[in-house]
Design a binder for this molecule. Structure first.
Ligand code: CMC
Length: 436
């Protein structure tokens, strides 16, 4: 069309016959540009909106943290392929990368690890309210509550515009989540809390706080320590998922990062998100043997329930994290012995990936399909699985939160709605309402 700039979208409103040129940038139009499209010029017409339940096709931010190509099964953190990070990086180095945008120099990594390591202790009072939970409280409930409670110990965390304060809370949150997670676990099994050992790595110390019994010094198994570190790397960020959106949404009201992260962890708890790893193991146990898989798949296809650990909003190909996890599983089984559930999982995957129902809907195993089997082999109780996911995701949540705060375009999250309720009507006194 003559004279029309190339990077625009021409919209013709057939209600009015008017035509609009909407700029297109980075493959998106700005929803507010649609506001000018009105039927009536009087002030009562708010203009055109978009309707997108579940934000299936709405970008809520511009982000430089993680990149996913769901069709090709690609995941990168700050441009680095997840496969290379899982192979060559450590969780704390990856956390630095997510939060700072670049890999650290040796001196930067040293200082980063030292700072996180020296914030692992939690205030003694936190033990008291963990003690207050019932013995069978779900560790994720304890985790969400204790993360939120940390805000009361660090009131300066409210200074979210202050870079030093932000940095301190980031150290604390990454450092203290393993301690909170392990203490929640020890409470649920009635064991005394094991304090952090700052000589150990991040994952090694977590294993120490989970498993230490009467020995003076706990020595983690190197293979299991590395496997856990890799699992944390794989979970560290995943663009605008439900929990990261919760982190940004709550953070956008300028709540402190502990409160925002408690909300993110709560979002992760649900079985459609981070709670899926727990559900996968329950499902595999329920299936029980490979000969019962076809019957189970039939019930999934009839819509009775979903195949847990399958499907993803973005991945329409194999989740690259699931590929890495499958390999890690083999290494873990060399130490722990094979988890018999792996045979059911592999066969379930094989049958599903050859079934039209899953093929046509592009449903592949996601990160949660195999991670639970590894956690189980490592003797983590089932209800700790989402907590392990939350620990890994912590740097990602914080990177998303920080990016949101520093983004001049961001505002308090406040979606629109399409009102479908009754029109204005007068209040009816109770004695005039009749029986219903
Ligand atoms: N089992 C059976 N059918 C499925 C599944 C599944 N796991 N996932 C999607 N479908 C079907 C769904 O019924 C629908 O079919 P139809 O078009 O006939 O109605 C179609 O596939 C599209 O599903 P959707 O619900 O529109 O997809 P979504 O993008 O809204 O949901 C999901 C994504 C991850 C919530 C979903 O795939 C699911 O519930 N999976 C099981 C739970 C799970 O494994 N969650 C972990 C996700 S990965 C880690 C994380 O982010 O936490």
């Amino acid at each position: 069309m003559n004279g029309v700039p190339k990077d625009t979208l021409t919209v013709i409103d057939h209600r009015t016959g008017r035509q609009y040129e909407i700029p297109v940038q980075d493959g998106a139009i700005r929803a507010v540009d649609l506001r000018q499209i009105k039927v009536s010029a009087d002030g009562g017409d708010p203009g055109l909106m978009t309707y997108d339940p579940g934000y299936v096709n709405t970008a809520s931010c511009r982000s430089a943290i993680s990149f996913i190509d769901g069709e090709k099964g690609i995941l990168r953190y700050r441009g680095y392929p997840i496969e290379q990070l899982a192979e060559r990086s450590t969780f704390l180095e990856t956390a630095y990368l997510l939060l700072h945008g670049e890999l650290p120099s040796p001196a930067e990594l040293d200082s980063w690890v030292r700072n996180i390591t020296h914030h692992t202790i939690i205030h003694e009072n936190i033990k008291k309210f963990i003690d207050g939970f019932h013995h069978d409280a779900h560790p994720m409930g304890m985790f969400v509550s204790t993360v939120a409670a940390l805000s009361t110990f660090y009131p300066e965390a409210k200074q979210i515009q202050d870079e030093t304060s932000r940095r301190n809370q980031i150290f604390r949150l990454i450092a203290k989540t393993p301690t909170l997670a392990a203490f929640a676990y020890r409470h649920s099994v009635g064991m005394p809390y094991a304090y952090p050992d700052n000589d150990l790595s991040y994952a090694g110390n977590f294993l120490n706080m989970m498993s230490k019994a009467t020995e003076v010094k706990y020595t983690p198994n190197k293979t299991l320590e590395r496997a856990l570190d890799v699992l944390f790397i794989l979970h560290a960020d995943h663009e605008q998922n439900c929990s990261s959106s919760a982190m940004r949404g709550v953070g956008s009201s300028h709540a402190d990062p502990y409160s925002a992260m408690a909300a993110a962890a709560a979002a992760l708890y649900g079985p459609l998100h981070g709670g899926a790893n727990e559900e996968v193991v329950r499902m595999l146990r329920e299936i029980g043997s490979t000969d019962r898989i076809p019957g189970y798949i039939d019930r999934v296809k009839r819509g009775e329930f979903r195949l847990m650990g399958f499907g993803h909003r973005i991945y329409k190909n194999y989740d690259p994290r699931a590929t890495i996890i499958k390999r890690v599983a083999e290494e873990v089984f060399d130490v722990t012995g094979k988890n018999p559930l792996i045979d059911i999982a592999v066969e379930l995957e094989r049958i599903a990936l050859n079934d039209d129902y899953f093929v046509t809907r592009k449903l592949y195993p996601n990160v949660d399909f195999y991670s639970g089997i590894i956690y189980e082999a490592m003797r983590f109780p089932l209800d700790m699985f989402p907590v392990l996911f939350a620990m890994g995701r912590t740097p990602g949540w914080l990177a998303q939160w920080q990016e949101m705060l520093l983004d001049r375009e961001q505002k308090i999250a406040r979606p629109r709605q399409i009102y479908i309720g009754p029109p204005a009507r007068d209040y009816v006194p109770i004695e005039e309402r009749g029986g219903r």
